[in-house]
Write a protein that binds this ligand. Structure first.
Ligand code: ARG
Length: 602
């Protein structure tokens, strides 16, 4: 690590060692009193206890060791024995020149790159996406980008939900509504051949065009009714279960109709996700591991892991010492269907064969914590992954003002697409209010409104630690003031326009020489980027990065207010232009890692 905090930390550790104190106590932290110091070390207190000495005495001895360090402007002792460190302007200038020359703006890479899969988003065929999926998409996208930026080899997978009971429900509902579809499905179901030949047969058969009439709107309309009926009507539910089981054997009629459902849904989902700046590397579905299930079940059986349970087959995962009893993994239902956990287990096997990940991060609603614990234990028992390679990172919910998971005014779940549209509308209003974007073409304005909307939604989410729930407040999220995505975009655009003006005037950037307090503070903030990234990476917590982006914007604002740029004499102007350009690069990088893209102008 070459950031100032690490470099200084090493120097202070060496000073502790030199006076016979444990070096690890020399750890430094950013100062609590930025007016007095840049960094501080509180280790003298603990060292004094260990060595049976007076803390101020220890601090004085450490300070004496550091006295000659050319990077330090002062070392002072405060209170009972805190060591306050202030860097010299030269050390800060050197560091900013290094960051300025670095395309990664001071960010390091990991020493040992790993292969990582981020399983996130988790959309389904037919079942509408709810706010849980919004958070899964926003947080997962950021974690994917962050891990990749740190140097890991990363794949983001949507793990499309396309193989469960909801498919049986929907096939039944579509057939009930449309006799022509029913008739053709029944014809196809009589075919002896399972899959490939069905497609061949379909290509030739004019009746197959009836499937093309099924639209996403039909699925959206039929699914909620079917789901409700499946709950109240046991015959209806049993039929849906039977269809699901038959679909999973690829019975041609069901399979062909299902393909239509899957395809229309996928196109719409990809479009919505893309509008949100969420793009998956893999769109593998639960159905993609279908071919692995029969051999997997046989293998689990051979390993003695399967237990019969009232016609179903399960794996027991409860362990001694568990605080509460975990239910078993349901591998095969009594109808013979693969369940949600079955496809998850087979997917672990599939990913192992296809990519061999060192780590799989499942970014899914906290409410599925038990599901993952059960699947992971089964996978470890079966030897499909090594203990610790599978990690569920849960998150809280996005709530309405009533404190419950956010719903539409009608009480339904809010669809992702509607959520984005609603935010865009608000973003347009906000831009008009602020008098922004008035000189742009309508196309450019729309592009910016889209970016403001995405920044608003994502930053509002990512500024909280993922475990915390938060309240959906569109007014606040879209404001250009305060700790919001739009504020950060506005700051970035301001720097862009400053740099454009400078270049129009032929002003050149040059080496940084730091002197003003606001410059010092800006450089210290730029220097803290790597620490923020490390924290976000280690804790899988993008909020550390969101916080850094916000601090950087604030430090820049203060610098911009206190330190004139264009009116300064040439060397100062050149230095400050470099600081501005470096801030912009780091800010855009940080925003990009949050999944937020910055417009050129506003
Ligand atoms: N489709 C699931 C749902 O809507 C989420 C999938 C999460 N990922 C996984 N591997 N199970 O609840």
């Amino acid at each position: 690590m070459s950031d100032l905090k690490s470099v200084l930390g090493e120097a202070v550790e060496a000073a502790f060692a030199a006076i016979g104190a444990p070096p690890e106590l020399g750890r430094v932290t950013p100062s609590d009193r930025p007016d007095l110091a840049d960094f501080q070390s509180n280790g003298a207190l603990a060292a004094a206890k260990r060595l049976g000495k007076n803390p101020r005495e220890i601090a004085t001895a450490v300070a004496a060791q550091l006295a000659g360090d050319p990077r330090l402007a002062s070392v002072e002792i405060a209170g009972p024995g805190f060591i306050n460190l202030k860097l010299g302007d030269a050390a800060l200038s050197d560091r900013s020149n290094v960051i300025a020359a670095d395309p990664r703006a001071g960010a390091e890479t990991v020493a040992h790159a790993r292969k990582v899969i981020v399983d996130y988003g988790g959309p389904n065929v037919a079942k509408p996406m709810h706010v849980g999926h919004l958070r899964a998409s926003i947080i997962g996208e950021s974690i994917k980008r962050l891990y990749r930026f740190r140097g890991d080899e990363v794949i983001g997978d949507a793990h499309f939900g396309d193989w469960g009971y909801q498919m049986g429900l929907l096939i039944g509902a579509v057939m009930d509504e449309n006799p022509e579809i029913r008739a053709f499905v029944e014809v196809l179901n009589e075919l002896p051949e399972p899959l490939g030949d069905t497609e061949f047969f379909l290509a030739d058969d004019p009746r197959a065009t009836v499937f093309d009439t099924v639209s996403l709107a039909d699925l959206d309309r039929l699914y909620p009714e079917a789901a409700a009926k499946g709950k109240s009507d046991t015959d209806y539910r049993d039929r849906a279960r039977k269809i699901t089981a038959a679909l999973q054997t690829k019975q041609p009629g069901y399979y062909a109709l299902w393909q239509r459902f899957r395809d229309v849904t996928r196109v719409a989902l990809e479009r919505d996700f893309h509008a949100l700046g969420v793009d998956f590397d893999w769109w593998k579905g639960e159905s993609d591991v279908e071919h692995l299930i029969t051999p997997m079940v046989a293998e689990l059986d051979a390993k003695g892991l399967l237990v019969d349970d009232q016609g179903a087959r399960i794996i027991r995962v409860a362990k001694e010492g568990d605080k509460r009893e975990l239910p078993p993994l349901l591998v095969v239902s009594s109808e013979g269907s693969a369940m949600y956990g079955t496809t998850d287990l087979a997917t672990i096997l599939d990913r192992k064969q296809a990519f061999g990940p060192d780590l799989v991060i499942y970014c899914v609603d906290q409410r599925q914590a038990d599901h993952f614990e059960i699947v992971f234990r089964a996978a470890y028992q079966a030897g499909y992954a090594a203990e610790g390679q599978l990690e569920h990172i849960g998150f809280g919910t996005m709530n309405g003002t009533d404190g419950k998971p956010f719903k539409t005014r009608e009480g339904g779940v809010l669809k992702l697409n509607d959520m984005i549209e609603m935010t865009r509308t608000k973003a347009r209003e906000r831009l008009h209010e602020a008098g922004l974007g008035e000189d742009l073409t309508p196309g450019e304005f729309e592009d910016i409104a889209g970016k403001v909307a995405v920044a608003a939604l994502k930053f509002a989410d990512l500024q909280n630690f993922r475990g915390t729930s938060y309240v959906f407040d569109l007014d606040r999220f879209t404001s250009f003031e305060g700790k919001t995505g739009p504020y950060l975009l506005y700051q970035a655009v301001r720097v862009k326009s400053l740099l454009r003006r400078a270049s129009d005037e032929g002003a050149q950037a040059g080496p940084v020489t730091v002197s003003e307090p606001a410059e010092r503070d800006l450089v210290l903030t730029l220097d803290a980027f790597d620490a923020a990234l490390t924290e976000a990476y280690d804790k899988k917590a993008p909020n550390a990065l969101a916080e850094h982006a916000y601090r950087l914007s604030q430090a820049f604002s203060k610098f911009y207010a206190a330190c004139p740029i264009m009116q300064s004499e040439p060397a100062t102007k050149a230095s400050r232009l470099t600081l501005a350009a470096t801030t912009l690069r780091q800010l855009e990088l940080a925003l990009d890692l949050l999944g937020i893209s910055t417009p050129e102008r506003m």
